[in-house]
Design a protein. Structure first.
Lengths: 584, 597
């Protein structure tokens, strides 16, 4: 995807320019309407001046009527142009945000588990929600107010100078201070707000512990004590919030006062010009309105700059993410038709950042149709091995061969069509049970088919007992299943794929021996009887009849062989067999 | 995903009045602050109206009559009023925020106090995340409703009234003719803002849908990749994300309509003021300065009106949060839930230390009337100071026994006795001081080991904590790993092993010295070293106490005075290990299944 990555480069170089270009239609229209709005807005005090001077000079009624009509027309035009810029400008930044959001999501779904170990999901969520929103603010509101401020200044200042140059510089002299003040205040607000949020998070933590530890609290009659403890943090949060309030409250008054000083100065300096007849009352009133108008651009510039900086920081964070390439790139070009063999040659794997390797020199091979077991104590590397075989982790080149082809050269989609892994932790999605069971299938299977597989893992009756049966929603707002039920569903989900090669990562530990035997019996008799299987298990009953059993210990293969072989050959296996009551 | 986030869809049933009723008691605690804030609003409104009047005066008196002094005085007055205005404005914002923060503190305090009195069922039914949301997000939103809703609307309402009064004082006729069309515009704006309210609510729903979709995909990214769902899920994400975008666009368009509507209204008012005022001025019935002042007043009408409409809608959307907070406060507490009056503690229990005899008298129990019985006709006496091992498969009713003994659930009247006193007659706090429980996976709070043992209770001295640690053998373990009692434990004890967590729970029990002990033995894998320490510690904590142990280890069971085999809520066998083994009944046959896992 060369053109795609070039696009990405452009985005990283200058996101503002990138998105303006991407939405040039709406951006341009928005800007044109904004310009028109500001122009109309800049000129209406002039009409006001006209009107007042007309009144002051006791002009005839029709003159006043004419001016009033002109005035009304101008204000109505303003309403239309305002609608225009809001709509078009809004479109530009809303669409841009959607684009960025998709890019982040796209990138995240490319990453392997190693990435997610390093980056807590909470932080990634914040990236896709808060940071994208901050970028949108920068693209939208910040750019808008900056342009607005500049346009208004560019229109209003010349008018003011044209009306009265001396009044202009005298009333405007302090104005450039406003952006600085606003920037300073906003900076302070941001810092204090951040501190406030930290305190709030802390307090939430305390609340969370009260809810989670309620049994201990009640058992030990600690309610009052905990409340006192909670109140300490609650007070800290309140203090932090009050500190924000101190600066928060400054914002509006500062803007107001900025206008006021201008008006006061005007009142003092305008007197003589009016007495001498050099200026009219209309000019005075109009000029006062212009001073009022100038305060916003100054505020806008301060505000816009701060907001843009914040958005830029957010974009930098997003870039940091986009710059991290996945460790399991889908660059393969090869495809396999039917699974024939899996060969593992001298496979070693060390997690990034880990001190020692998790797997050392693993070698074995599996032929189509074989049933293979993997056993070993906790931490011996079973799950790591399975993840490597499914290319969730990058194995060293040419250490894993499927049908003689190195795993990294096989298209991932094709690989997953041939090998299906049922992971250890039963993860289901908040969707219906039907949807969850057929999750991996590209075509929706018949209801009957789903029931058959559910039957096989001995969960059909339990599902049908639910009020909505197979249509029941799972997840936080749906039905709650037990760990064992979830595990059985994930097994069914894996079985339904009917892949040539099935791997179960300790998934059978959640079903009882009877169900397990039943599943194994069904698998043997179904048309899937030639399915190659790799089963990681703690219970030896799950693997005892396997063609070969791999015993892992401390990341190494201790022994490979049949149940009978291993009892005499492998001390680890022998110990397991003893504990589980096998004759040894 | 159809009824996703159904919580957000609930329409609030409370209005301004109930909200005020709910908040007023808290405000009342700080009347000074409350009235100072209100006072600043009045000053603000008054000062804002004086400014245009002053400009009018300056034009009429100063410029019109060529009175230089009058003009100068007006300028100085203007400055003074501006300063007052600025201060009032600052005071208003700050004081109300401060008041709001104080009110929130009290509300949070009440919430946590009340939460801790709720029955355990409440915590079983509500996920922790939801409870925390009530305490943090919903109270924050309530705070926003207070400061940005109630307060802002109140302020702008006062400002609006002051403007109308100022205009009416200049000319009733002029005011009426200028504002003749106001109702139409207000009505249109109201309609538009009603639409905005709905759109915003929809957008929020879409956003939370988007958020949970992302969260789910990140949490389940492995499955998505393994089951070739990446492409499809990206498409789905794109779809949801675009739906959200479109909802945002809808709100942008409506907002874009709202502002110009107000602009148009502004246009009508000012044009009206110019036209009618201008005519009157030309006739000479209205002084020019007064006309200018009138126009300035008229221009100010828009802002408060718009703010009121906008805030009112935002406020509607946040009311659900407020409602949920008040609902939590209305949840029935443990005491309110039990039928039996507990306010009068039995003298015997309250005054004397208990011996610790436990007696079950034909105890049957079901959690809810439509659910099956979990305990059936249990009759048994555990003499004071003796230990009882309870053995049974999952679902046999073991944990229910614990729940009843601590009165987390109410046992039927007169079916459970401690020292011959029916348990329902012992107030919960007293009962729980007597009956200590060690859960399977004991909860560890963030904080030091010391605080986790004493739970921050001032009655537990440092010496007691140390003594407890020594007795359970925890001290040695700490010393060997070069740590002390002030070692910081992370959330849920993530930085220590399961075995160590157990030891802390044991030490906790020893520090608090309950007369009756209930121990739910951990089934989790513990390394062999801790295993040995825990075995010793178990002996230590049961010494001299009536102990009920839900046992999983053979060694523990053997050490107990009595063994109770529970099956489907019924007592199958009671006896010593030797007796039961010889009997070759349930214990002999099924014992193995329950032990070691």
């Amino acid at each position: 995807m060369p053109e795609k990555s070039q696009e990405l480069q452009e985005l990283k170089k200058n996101f503002l320019w990138f998105y303006i270009k991407q939405n040039k239609g709406s951006f341009t229209l928005g800007m044109i309407f904004l310009l028109l709005t500001n122009a109309l807005d800049a000129f209406w005090p002039l009409l006001l001046k006209e009107a007042i001077d007309l009144v002051a000079n006791r002009a005839p009624a029709e003159k006043i009527t004419q001016t009033a009509i002109a005035f009304f027309a101008m204000m109505s035009g303003l309403a239309i142009t305002r609608y225009g810029w809001r709509t078009y400008f809004g479109k530009y930044h809303t669409y841009a945000a959607e684009d960025l959001r998709y890019r982040v999501f796209h990138h995240l779904t490319e990453m392997g588990p190693n990435f997610f170990h390093k980056n807590p999901i909470g932080e990634l969520m914040s990236l896709i929600i808060n940071d994208v929103q901050a970028v949108r603010q920068a693209l939208g509101h910040a750019v808008l107010v900056l342009f607005d401020g500049i346009i208004i200044s560019a229109l209003v200042l010349p008018i003011m100078i044209w009306m009265n140059p001396s009044w202009t510089w005298k009333t405007m002299i302090l104005l450039p201070l406003v952006p600085f003040a606003i920037k300073k205040i906003m900076h302070l607000i941001n810092i204090r707000y951040k501190a406030e949020q930290d305190r709030q998070a802390e307090l939430s933590g305390v609340a969370q512990e009260i809810a989670a530890g309620i049994r201990v609290i009640k058992s030990y009659v600690q309610e009052k004590n905990r409340l006192k403890y909670y109140n300490q943090y609650s007070k800290r949060y309140e203090d932090a919030a009050n500190k924000t309030a101190v600066v928060d409250a400054v914002f509006e008054p500062v803007m107001e006062f900025g206008v006021a000083t201008g008006t006061v100065i005007l009142l003092f300096i305008a007197t003589e010009d009016i007495f001498s007849g050099a200026a009219t009352i209309g000019t005075l009133v109009a000029f006062e309105r212009y001073i009022t108008k100038m305060i916003w651009p100054m505020t806008a510039i301060g505000m816009g700059l701060t907001q843009f900086q914040k958005g830029k920081a957010s974009f930098a964070r997003i870039c940091e993410l986009l710059n991290q390439d996945t460790d399991i790139p889908d660059n393969g070009t090869e495809e396999i038709r039917n699974f024939e063999s899996l060969e593992v040659k001298n496979l070693s794997y060390q997690y990034p950042g880990a001190q020692t390797a998790s797997l050392h020199n693993i070698s074995f091979s599996i032929k189509a149709g074989q049933k293979v077991g993997v056993v070993g104590p906790v931490g011996s590397g079973k799950t790591t091995l399975l993840h490597l075989l499914n290319r969730l982790y990058p194995a060293p080149e040419k250490s894993i061969l499927v049908n003689g082809k190195s795993i990294e050269q096989i298209k991932q989609k094709n690989l997953h069509e041939n090998i299906v892994l049922v992971p250890q932790e039963p993860f289901l999605f908040s969707d219906s049970i039907n949807e969850n069971l057929s999750y991996g299938l590209s075509q929706k299977p018949e209801e009957k088919e789903i029931h058959r597989w559910a039957e096989m893992v001995d969960i059909r009756a339990e599902i049908e007992a639910l009020p909505e049966g197979f249509k029941s929603q799972l997840g936080e707002r749906g039905v709650n299943l037990s760990g064992g039920q979830k595990q059985r569903l994930t097994i069914a989900r894996g079985l339904m794929m009917q892949a040539p090669f099935l791997m179960l990562d300790d998934a059978l530990s959640a079903v009882d021996v009877k169900t397990e035997t039943e599943i194994k019996r069904q698998l043997k008799t179904s048309h899937q009887k030639n399915q190659t299987q790799l089963i990681v298990a703690h219970r030896l009953s799950s693997v005892e009849d396997a063609d070969q059993i791999i015993v892992l210990k401390d990341g190494m293969i201790e022994s490979i062989g049949s149940h009978k072989d291993l009892i005499s050959k492998s001390p680890t296996y022998k110990k397991l067999a003893e504990i589980q009551g096998y004759p040894t | 995903m159809k009824d996703f986030m159904s919580e957000d869809q609930i329409k609030a049933n409370i209005g301004l009045k109930q909200l005020g009723k709910g908040l007023w008691p808290y405000c009342k605690r700080h009347l000074g602050l409350f009235f100072a804030a209100i006072f600043s609003v009045l000053i603000l409104a008054l000062a804002s109206r004086l400014l245009p009047t002053l400009i009018g005066q300056a034009i009429d008196q100063g410029i019109g009559k060529q009175d230089y002094q009058a003009l100068k005085a007006a300028a100085i007055a203007f400055l003074v009023i501006e300063v007052i205005l600025t201060i009032a404005q600052y005071a208003r914002i700050y004081l109300f925020l401060k008041l709001g923060n104080r009110v929130l503190f009290y509300i949070r305090e009440d919430l946590v106090r009340h939460l801790q009195t709720l029955p355990i069922q409440y915590f079983n039914k509500n996920p922790i995340g939801r409870i925390v949301t009530r305490l943090s997000n919903d109270t924050s939103t309530l705070g926003e409703v207070f400061s940005e809703g109630v307060i802002a609307i109140f302020t702008e309402f006062i400002v609006l009234i002051s403007i109308l009064v100022a205009m009416l004082m200049i000319s009733v006729k002029l005011t009426l003719s200028v504002l003749a069309l106001a109702p139409i515009f207000i009505w249109i704006s109201y309609r538009v803002s009603e639409e905005i309210k709905v759109i915003l609510r929809d957008a929020k729903k879409k956003l939370s849908m988007l958020n949970s979709y992302v969260a789910e995909n990140l949490n389940g990214v492995k499955v998505i990749q393994l089951y070739n769902r990446v492409e499809r899920n990206r498409e789905r994400f794109s779809f949801i994300s675009q739906e959200y975008r479109d909802e945002q666009m809808k709100s942008i368009k409506r907002y874009a309509l709202l502002q110009p509507t107000m602009n148009l209204f502004n246009a009508v008012t000012i044009t009206g003021a110019l036209y009618f005022g201008g005519l009157a001025g030309a006739e000479g019935s209205l002084a020019l300065g007064t006309l200018v002042a009138f126009i300035m007043h008229a221009q100010d009408v828009i802002r408060p009106l718009r703010t009121i409409l906008e805030k009112y809608q935002q406020f509607q959307n946040s009311l659900t949060s407020a409602e949920r907070v008040f609902q939590l406060l209305d949840e029935k507490s443990e005491d309110e839930n039990s039928a039996v009056e507990t306010s009068q503690p039995t003298q015997q229990i309250a005054d004397h230390p208990v011996n610790g005899e436990i007696r079950f008298d034909d105890l049957s129990f079901q959690y809810e009337s439509h659910l099956p019985m979990v305990l059936k006709n249990i009759s048994l006496t555990v003499p004071a100071g003796k230990s009882l091992a309870i053995v049974g498969r999952t679902g046999s009713g073991k944990s229910t026994l614990i729940n009843l003994l601590q009165r987390f659930y109410n046992s039927p009247e007169k079916s459970l006795f401690i020292d011959n006193v029916p348990i329902e007659q012992i107030p919960r706090p007293i009962l729980r001081q007597y009956v200590g429980v060690v859960q399977q996976d004991s909860f560890i709070f963030r904080g030091t080991i010391r605080d986790n043992i004493s739970l921050g209770d001032v009655r537990i001295t440092s010496a007691q904590v140390e003594e407890a640690c020594r007795k359970v053998g925890y001290f040695d373990l700490l010393q060997r790993s070069h740590r002390g009692l002030d070692t910081f434990l992370e959330e849920r004890g993530a930085n220590i092993s399961v075995g160590e967590r157990q030891l802390i729970a044991f030490a906790r029990i020893l520090a608090f010295q309950p007369q009756i002990l209930i121990l739910d033995e951990a089934t989790a894998n513990i390394d062999s070293e801790s295993e040995k320490i825990i075995q010793e510690a178990t002996k230590e904590i049961t010494k001299g106490r009536t102990s009920l142990i839900i046992a999983h280890r053979l060694s523990t069971i053997e050490d107990c005075d009595l063994i109770l085999v529970l099956d489907q809520g019924q007592i199958r066998e009671v006896g010593t290990h030797k007796e039961l083994t010889e009997k070759k009944g349930y214990y002999y046959r099924y014992g193995n299944e329950c032990i070691e896992g």
